[in-house]
Design a protein around this ligand. Structure first.
Ligand code: PLP
Length: 455
């Protein structure tokens, strides 16, 4: 695949400091032949780091029950589980009193956060958040914050909303570290400062931040952090909620069951339960030791490689790709906090005249590129970015080109990180340029809401 002649040359070494599995996978093209698969959907789930896979493979023969068994392997597994918690604690720079709770994912962590809020808490959340950060507060008093158009305005909006906050009332600001739609970084430390000044706490949705940037709970000044293993190269079903112990300690357990209960006594009218303290209180059931171990392994790998080199490489790939896309007149890259906001390796865009579902299918079928199309579980944000009316339908799998002037109702997202070869992004740019110019070579149809090649 040829490289766009307009792409800038760069001094950056695009070497592969943290290799991932799957780099040698090839996929068939509808037009014939095979190409290496270009995995550009890291923001949904990243590939597995080779070192994570190796760590998991070394551990699995020694796998045993956690916190329950008397046997040697149970004790070993329990030690590894608790060491994994310690690794995460260090990775996040936790305060001494903070708890680290293993969950299933960011969604699970943020739902846990909603479940542990003291009675009467008011939550402040931007309407632009991922649904995992937007929806868990439905049963709580909450204030929806309007979409900002700059990083500075984001801080002002929080300040305005909190100006009326009663410091006696528990308050929580929920904010994302990096948008899963635009990749833009939010001014988390500044928002935390404003929130704390008003007596509110902050929970950071770090799902898209943790794989790309060092995240230090104290430097950012946040009270809680939520993230997922599968977006940070460790897809074994674990996530994390870390932060202040008091609300976690005072809340009812997130799940009722074994592990969370210290003592259960049958009484005349049911049971009396003495619940555990600490992280165990919210980790009822058999813990996902492999998931926690894999997540901790990813933390170690990112830390030992060092974010400086990862960020430098990602920044170079980002600039190269954005420059390539900017050279295609039909492409519009989506941005909320204006073009100067720093980003991680997440780029959403639309192509004039193209239905995004169609474009994503053609990129896959004719070019072997795996991107995502749709509204990325952030419907209010994507509607805002595309300038669509709120009642416009979300499903748009039809392959027909858009009528002149017709606005797409969803977008295409390319996302990348450790292990992404420059060729994958160059192929994306070259393929979009070719499709914008010449159209698809194959015929497509809609099947169950998806655009698929006719075979
Ligand atoms: N928050 C953000 C910003 C995300 O991008 C995602 C997933 O895409 C989530 C939360 C939810 O993460 P998970 O699906 O791992 O629960």
């Amino acid at each position: 695949m040829s490289v766009q002649p307009s792409l800038p040359t760069t001094e950056v070494e695009y070497g592969d400091p943290l290799p991932v599995l799957g780099a040698d996978v090839t996929v068939p093209l509808v037009t014939g032949g095979e190409v290496p698969y270009a995995a550009l959907d890291y923001a949904a789930s990243s590939p597995v780091l080779r070192s994570v896979w190796n760590d998991v493979a070394s551990y699995v023969p020694y796998y045993g029950s956690v916190h329950r068994g008397a046997g040697y392997l149970s004790q070993l597994s329990t030690d590894l589980f608790e060491q994994s918690r310690q690794t995460v604690r260090e990775f996040l720079g936790c305060r001494g009193e903070d708890e680290v709770v293993f969950t299933r994912s960011t969604t699970d962590s943020l739902n846990m956060m909603a479940a542990i809020l003291p009675a009467g808490t008011r939550v402040y959340v931007f309407e632009t958040e991922h649904h995992a950060a937007l929806l868990p507060w439905r049963d709580t008093e909450f204030t929806l914050l309007r979409a900002p158009s700059t990083r500075h305005e984001a801080v002002e909006i929080v300040a305005e909303a909190l100006a009326g906050h009663d410091p006696e009332q528990p308050g929580l600001v929920c904010v994302t570290g990096a948008s899963n739609v635009t990749g833009e970084l939010w001014p988390v430390a500044e928002i935390s400062e404003v929130a704390h000044a008003a007596g509110a706490r902050v929970v950071l949705d770090a799902a898209q931040l943790v794989p790309h940037r060092p995240v230090d709970i104290q430097e950012l000044g946040v009270d809680y952090i939520a993230f997922s293993g599968h977006k940070m190269y460790a897809p074994f079903g674990a996530g994390v909620l870390a932060g202040r112990a008091d609300w976690l300690r005072e809340a009812e357990p997130y799940l009722a069951g074994g592990g969370a209960s210290r003592r259960v006594v049958r009484g005349d009218d049911g049971f009396s339960v003495e619940w555990q303290q600490g992280s165990a209180r919210h980790e009822a059931g058999s813990p996902n030791v492999v998931g926690a171990y894999a997540l901790a392994s990813a933390c170690r790998a990112l830390q030992s490689e060092g974010f400086d080199s990862l960020m430098a490489r990602e920044e170079a790939l980002l600039r190269r790709t954005l420059a390539g896309l900017a050279a295609i007149p039909q492409v519009k890259v989506l941005s909320l906090l204006n073009d100067s906001a720093p980003r991680v390796g997440v780029i959403s865009f639309v192509v004039e005249g193209w239905n995004s579902s169609h474009l994503a299918s053609v990129l896959s079928a004719e070019h072997g590129i795996g991107v995502r199309d749709g509204m990325f579980c952030a419907h209010p944000l994507v509607r805002n970015l595309l300038g669509n009316a709120p009642d416009q339908p979300d499903e748009c799998g039809a392959p027909e080109p858009l009528a002149p002037g017709e606005r797409p109702v969803n977008a295409v997202r390319a996302s990348f990180g450790a292990g992404t070869p420059v060729e994958h992004l160059d192929r994306l740019v070259a393929s979009v340029a070719q499709l914008a110019r010449d159209g698809a070579r194959w015929t497509y149809r809609t099947e169950a809401g998806r655009c698929v090649p006719v075979r």
